[in-house]
Design a protein around this ligand. Sequence first.
Ligand code: HEC
Length: 370
Amino acid sequence: MQETGLTMSNKPLFHLQKTRSLLALVVCTGFSLFCTALFGELPELASPSTATGAATSARFYGGVTADDGLSYGASFGGDQLLDILAEIQVQPEHINTLGNLYLLAVLGADTLMRVESGDFVPWDGTIGSLQATSPGKTLQAIEPLTLVENTPLGPAGLAGASLQIYLAYDTTATPGQLYYSGAPLSFAIAAEASDAASFTFYVASISTPIVQNRCIVCHTSTGVAATSALHYVNSSVEGYQQSNYNALIDYIENAPNGSSLILSKPQGTLHGGGVQLLPGSAELQLWSDFVASSLNDIASTGGSTGTTKNIFSNVAKMDNEQTLRKAALLFAGRLPTTQEINSVIGAGEEQLAVSLRGLMSGDGFENFLI
Ligand code: HEC
């Protein structure tokens, strides 16, 4: 009898403690990044490194999960709802110093940096042009970064893409030094079987004989045509056919005069690479047929979703509404109202934080904590 009494009186105490620690976590990680507190251990990224080669005790974590953090994986289907989470543990002596957080994504042949607005913009690889995703902040022991929440990446144009995410920070405590994850968070999104006629034609007749054999020697991010708008990835990259096809469609559709330059350049008209497809050759015929088929597909689908970087920034922009939806379900036990959703669409992190705080009161939130 007495034992039962003890157990029972212990129970609320346990609940109280759990409530406290959860609250502490929620508060310390910041409202807009609250979800990190709810996930399990993020996998650690190997080889923490510094720009000068000095040793560092900073740690970097990152993971992609389709099951709210029960497991983290490296390859996902295009329609799976994904969370991409990352965390920087700064060196203890950097806590409370002023610093910047950086986030870079390597997507096919491009390196993109996440800027303060949350958009991904191309980075040219020079330190001078590197922009922080979280500039001028007082560094905390743990700095969580949420890239994507509850979002399928296939429809966002990343089917067949593989991505590598790098994390970094610097601090005014050690000017000129950069601390970063030597090994990236890597993952791939499965290619969806594209039923576009031009893609079938591309795989059968264009990919190997023309793009991989004739164009890619110069058209890579580091090749002779690095400054051109056409970069391909080599055949060792998973999903390379889809990536290179996407790059071509993007160019034909979106580059100024793309649909005519794509034909005139390889025939040697004002082309840095000279004549690549000879007049009257079978290859030029295949190339022309491919361009015609692509234009046909672009016209019939109303066009693709734009350039690679815009596709990725669209992913980032989906965040607010998704975040609010998830928070409302978790904390308030209901879906957000239209008014709540409208208040965060296109708004900054501050407005999102205000709206999230609004959800963290009332019965629903109390139920979540206990
Ligand atoms: C020997 C190197 C080389 C090869 C091979 C080569 N190119 Fe180029 N290409 C260049 C360079 C350099 C540029 C940038 C200068 C210019 O616009 O011509 C370029 C530019 C282009 C552009 C214009 C891109 C823009 O920025 O608008 C197109 C289109 C193009 N190439 C198509 C092709 C095709 C198709 C092939 C393969 C059949 C090919 N190239 C093979 C060197 C090459």
